[in-house]
Design a protein around this ligand. Sequence first.
Ligand SMILES: Cc1cc2nc3c(=O)[nH]c(=O)nc-3n(C[C@H](O)[C@H](O)[C@H](O)COP(=O)(O)O)c2cc1C
Length: 184
Amino acid sequence: MTISNTRVAVLVGSLRADSLNRRLAEQLRDNAPEGVTLDIVDGLDQVPFYNEDIDGETAPATAVALRERVGAADRVLAVTPEYNGTMPAVLNNAIDWLSRPYGAGAIVGKPFGVVGATPTPYGGKWAHGDAARSAGIAGALVVEDVTVSQSAVDVDPTADAEVQAKLLGALARLAEFAPETSAA
Ligand SMILES: Cc1cc2nc3c(=O)[nH]c(=O)nc-3n(C[C@H](O)[C@H](O)[C@H](O)COP(=O)(O)O)c2cc1C
C-alpha cells in the first residue's frame, strides 16, 4: 500500500542526550516509508507543567508551539522509555497540554501509537499502556496494534534488523490506519 503524505508528530519521552528512545525515533524518521514524514517535536522540557491558570489566552509560547506542531500532524507517535512503572513526566505533561481545550485539543481525533525500548525484560510495557490510555482519554484514536515494547537486554534495538522491522511495521500501520473504515 502506498501512503501519501502522512505527517507524524513524534513525542520522545526521554530528554537524555544519548537517549536510546530518541535514537530509535531518529531512525524511524530517517527510514520512514515513502510518503511518511516524521516531525520529532523538540523542547518538551521547555513546556511548563500543565496548569489551568496559565492556559487559554495566556498559554506559554512553548505550549502553543507544541499544540501547533501536533495540530499540523496527521498522526502522533510516542517513543518512550518507562520511568517507575509509567510514562516519564515530560510525555505525560505534553499529553495534558495537547488534551486541552477540552474536546478540541490538538491530539483529539489523531491516530496515536506508542513504541519504545528499555534495558529491562519488559521493554516499558506499563509506560506504553499508560501513554496509550492517557492519550485515548485525551481524545486520540489509539491504534492498538502499533504498540511495540522492546527489551534491550539481549539486543541492541538500534542495530537489530528484526527489531527495526518491527518498529517500522508499527509506523506503517499507524500511517495506514484509516479511522473511517476501522470502526466496523
Ligand atoms: C527515574 C527512572 C526510572 C526508571 N524506571 C524504569 C521502569 O520502571 N521500567 C523500566 O523498564 N526502566 C526504567 N528505567 C530505566 C530506563 O528504561 C532506562 O534508563 C532507559 O534507557 C531510558 O531511556 P532512554 O535511553 O531513552 O533515556 C528508569 C530510569 C530512570 C532514570
